[in-house]
Design a protein around this ligand. Sequence first.
Ligand code: C5P
Length: 290
Amino acid sequence: MYKKILVKAPAKVNLTLDVKYKRQDGYHELETVMHQVDLFDRLFLEVGGDQSIVINSNSQEIPHDYDNLVYKAAQTIMEKYGFKAGVNVFIEKNIPVEAGLAGGSSDAAAALYGINELFSLGASMEELLEMGATLGSDIPFCLYGATALARGRGELLEAMPQGPELILVLVKPPFQVSTAEVYRSLDLDQINLHPNNLQFLGAWAECNLNAIAANMVNVLESVTINKYPELERIKKELVGMGALNAVMSGSGPTIMGLFADRELANSAMTIMKEQYKHTYLVSSYVRSDY
Ligand code: C5P
């Protein structure tokens, strides 16, 4: 048992995102390639004084109470293991919120992982994945890490081999979108371009960057870009600055440009940052600690 622990919570991007159909339970059946990048929140967890869960953060944009997924994650794992103790969590927020980058989900995944370690609860990775799925569709992937093909709500994960190290410029414009709202507005009959995930997986296995870029497609663009045409302009600007392709991540609004060349990516990042303060140059991240 530790007194305190620091856990990194990396952002995720969707390299492809397909919606197959709307399910009876209201969720959408997905087939999406998820990928972790080296933009991190950090969770500092320590044993608390009494039996309460206390959340603090450098960000005022996230709730510091029960509404935070980290609180729910802490409560879920402590209850499941009948462990009574307090825990103090400080969330260093660097991933923009409601951006399509799974920041909140990754924080919750880090809380599950960290509390399991902090109190030596003994949960296996399968048990953590199961608990994660009850809290949010993206949380299992955030625990699983690296790159995976996700189906179901996003919680059924299939490992993918380590592909090429991607160089991405992420641009998050100054508005946020609600994932639930995007899915609610999705009209599957209006979508004429779906990703070909089989082709994407082939390109990935061959580390063929051009083919990877050509197969990056996200059907949720039909909703979010329709609402915010500025996103189309960001995509074009990134391609104009040398990106092999630029697509939206998740339900948006973050747009990611894939670059073959780090210098080109760096200058695109510098230029886009003048317009959009939430612009980041990131690379693929493969976790080594768990
Ligand atoms: O699972 P999570 O709470 O993160 O999802 C947020 C919302 O996004 C859900 O309430 C649902 O409306 C929508 N969603 C969906 N299909 C998915 C994942 C999420 O409709 N596969």
